[in-house]
Design a protein around this ligand. Structure first.
Ligand code: SF4
Length: 740
């Protein structure tokens, strides 16, 4: 597909993949592939990873979707006109809702959608479909961090400070994030803390990030701090016990008098309960559960305390990632991390803080504008009457017509199906139709075989995507949509920085923006609600809807973002309220919590939590822990990166990492084909011996579908607070396929 440039051939934009949103320039010339050049931007400082350098290849992927597809009576997907495809969707939706009720049609969004698309999708679900059932794949990604931060701070902005602030810290505690592989340019911001020996990484694997500590590749040591690396410390807990590590660290801070008592008294509530909760987690006891030697726990607590401003240090950060958040204890673990940071007096102090490393490209903006089951634009709660009234006024609807909270993603996927069943949604609670935007659910959702079976049992599955993903291939209707370099819009980085995405090429074939698709469907479904299709106009409406909310964009517009960038500005961080009577544009808010937390009393809430353990622990018939994650070359479900020849050639198939000690014990040689079996199902891949993982644990990346999908094995048990699934630990039997 030769690209067709529009207007200016070169545009400053950002990478289509992760939340680092690296700055890049794109150049398009007729008949040639788009050229990618890195550019200076605060998060990447001129760097790109392999995914960014090769990102243009997805624009002209050989199997790029260029026309709508309709499944015929013979079961085959065939090209169709937009009119026919949209008529089928509108007709089926109408029929299903007439028979089963409005909630029988569900919507599933994505953390890669632009802010404008995420906003329009939430508005479409609530005003046109009038369904409560909308959620998105950020539930697999940021839900625990969001729940923990909202509870503690009254607001959730992944990093409430610019990423570049990390450079000056004396210590960074990084829990469950392999950013050296998932977002490599970010590692440069850790150079300072590494040079001061203050990087602490918590991960059951000696990941590329854990290796940055400079620790030798030994098994966990016993006694004392052990062989600490010249740039930091790597703690290798038993999977599912990160919370115990945090409880023990806070125990040491409390019992050794290392906390910032003045800060705790002035800026927090709940400390006494937390102190009591950690009293029983002395390091020797914690070691028996998490496997991290007590001496190392004490050492790390002292390193963090020494780095805190209260003790004269340059500053310290506590950061969490999916490794500790994708757990049935995810919110509790985030809460424990926040408690630790608050006890040390870090949040809201320049040069210190707590933050969560957002993963998906618009994982931050994706959870602010209304595609989440329990939220309205502006990061407002959907059950808040004032929020409903404000948003209803912007949408031009009756507040009472906006449905209440829907089901979180995993619960929603579990409830799907019931093809041909006669009952109504009110009777059986099962949606009959699902509209999917930007999610490859049969690869990325937990217990993927059950998800696939439920999708197959729907009366209607509609998928909007850019390529025929594994999920699109199951659909009754596939709608080809624009991506990245083919559209205008905005994204919000992992730091809450609102940035512009710019178009350099025309969409191929008949691909259209979801903004147009939603407007057309709204019209066909008889809605009188107005759906603008120009991204700048959608953004203006989004900004009005967000006014006064936690994530307030009301002082922003595409024009202001463009002008800020043209004048050398690095983007604006929300909240950015409208100027109002002052007439002076709000400068944005790079750092939150400097004076107070946005809670009713202005203080952060410390909440006591305790360790329960994973939902699916090892046992005789499944004696090995499985953890899942990503590799450098691939992004999320791999639907995009598996279509980039350089990346696909580099890592073409899934693999299972296991320690040689485990390999010998199980009689599995390096390179041998192995089968992992859990209560949900099994998956096969090649064994890869490495001494960079615990001997009781195997690791498998999740970027592949079909028989190579590790999510056929993972559990769909979820965190009771956030709805986050437990991707990061389940019990498996591991054996050679020869003996399976
Ligand atoms: Fe940057 Fe992430 Fe893109 Fe890599 S994938 S270039 S780290 S935005």
């Amino acid at each position: 597909l030769p690209v067709t440039p529009v207007g200016a051939r070169t545009a400053a934009t950002h990478c289509p993949y992760c939340a680092l949103q690296c700055g890049m320039s794109l150049t398009a010339e007729p008949g040639r592939t788009v050229d990618v050049t890195p550019r200076q931007f605060p998060t990447n400082q001129g760097g790109l990873c392999q995914k960014g350098w090769t990102s243009a290849a997805v624009l002209d992927a050989p199997d790029r979707l260029t026309t709508p597809l309709l499944r015929g009576g013979d079961g085959e997907l065939r090209p169709a006109s937009w009119d026919d495809a949209l008529d089928v969707v509108a007709g089926s939706v109408t029929r299903i809702q007439q028979v089963h009720g409005p909630d029988a049609v569900a919507v599933f969004g994505g953390g890669g959608l632009t802010n404008e698309k995420a906003y329009a999708l939430g508005k479409f679900a609530r005003t046109v479909l009038r369904t409560a059932n909308i959620d998105y794949n950020g539930r697999f990604c940021m839900a625990s961090a969001a729940a923990g931060a909202n509870r503690a701070f009254g607001v959730d902005r992944g990093l409430p400070f610019p990423l570049t602030d990390l450079a000056g810290a004396d210590a960074v505690l990084l829990l469950g994030s392999n950013l050296a592989e998932t977002m490599p340019p970010s590692v440069q911001h850790l150079a300072g803390v590494r040079s001061r020996g203050g990087l602490v990484v918590v991960d059951p694997r000696r990941s590329a990030t854990a290796a940055l500590t400079g620790e030798p590749d030994d098994l966990p040591v016993t006694g004392g701090a052990g062989p600490v690396g010249d740039q930091g410390v790597h703690l290798q807990p038993v999977p599912g016990t990160d919370l115990v590590v945090l409880l023990a660290l806070l125990h040491v801070v409390v019992t050794e008098g290392l906390l910032d008592g003045e800060y705790v008294a002035a800026r927090t509530t709940g400390f006494d309960d937390v102190r009591r909760a950690v009293a029983a987690w002395w390091p020797e006891r914690a070691e028996t559960v998490c496997g991290v030697p007590a001496g190392r726990l004490r050492h790390v607590a002292r390193v963090l305390a020494a780095a805190s401003p209260a003790r004269g240090g340059a500053g310290a950060y506590v950061l969490t990632g999916r490794g500790v958040e994708q757990s049935t204890q995810g919110t509790a673990t985030v809460t424990a991390a926040i408690n630790l940071a608050l006890a040390l007096g870090l949040p809201g102090r320049p040069g210190s803080g707590y933050g969560a490393i957002t993963g998906q490209g618009n994982g931050q903006g994706g959870r602010e504008h209304g595609q989440k089951a329990d939220q309205l634009p502006g990061y407002r709660k959907i059950d808040d009457p004032a929020a409903r009234a404000h948003v209803a006024a912007v949408w031009g609807v009756d507040p009472a017509s906006i449905p209440g909270p829907g089901r979180p993603a995993v619960e929603l996927l579990r409830s799907l199906g019931a093809r041909g069943a006669a009952g109504t949604y009110a009777e059986d609670g099962r949606p009959r139709a699902l509209l999917v935007h930007g999610s490859n659910l049969v690869v990325s959702a937990p217990d993927a075989s059950r998800v696939e079976a439920n999708l197959r049992a729907l009366d209607l599955l509609v998928v909007c995507d850019v390529v025929p993903s594994e999920t699109a291939l199951l659909a009754d209707v596939v709608l080809p949509v624009t991506q990245w370099a083919e559209e205008e819009g905005t994204m919000t980085s992992l730091e809450g920085r609102v940035i512009r995405r710019r178009q350099v090429t025309e969409p191929p074939g008949e691909a259209r923006s979801e903004l147009w698709v939603l407007a057309e469907l709204a019209r066909r479904l008889g809605s009188t609600v107005v759906f603008p299709t120009e991204p700048a106009a959608v953004f203006d409406e989004l900004a009005r809807a967000s006014a006064g909310g936690a994530a307030d964009y009301s002082g922003l517009s595409h024009a202001r973002l463009d002008a800020d960038e043209a004048s050398g500005g690095p983007g604006l961080f929300w909240p950015v309220p409208a100027a109002g009577a002052s007439l002076s544009p709000h400068p944005g808010t790079p750092r939150l919590f400097l004076d107070r937390f946005p809670t009713p009393d202005g203080r952060a809430r410390m909440v006591a939590v305790d360790h329960v353990g994973p939902s699916d622990d090892v046992r005789a018939d499944a004696p090995v822990y499985l953890v899942t994650g990503r590799v450098l070359q691939h992004y999320q479900s791999g639907a995009q990166t598996r279509r980039v020849p350089e990346l696909d050639r580099s890592v073409a198939a899934p693999f299972v990492e296991l320690h040689p000690v485990l390999g010998v014990r199980l009689g599995i040689a390096d390179g041998e084909r192995v089968r992992l079996t859990s209560r949900r199902g099994h998956v096969e891949a090649s064994a890869r011996w490495t001494d960079r993982i615990r001997p009781d644990t195997v690791f498998m990346p999740f970027h592949w579908g079909s028989a190579g999908s590790v999510n056929r094995v993972t559990t769909d048990a979820t965190d009771p607070v956030s709805g986050m699934p437990e991707f990061k630990v389940c019990a498996v039997d591991v054996r050679s396929v020869k003996r399976a």
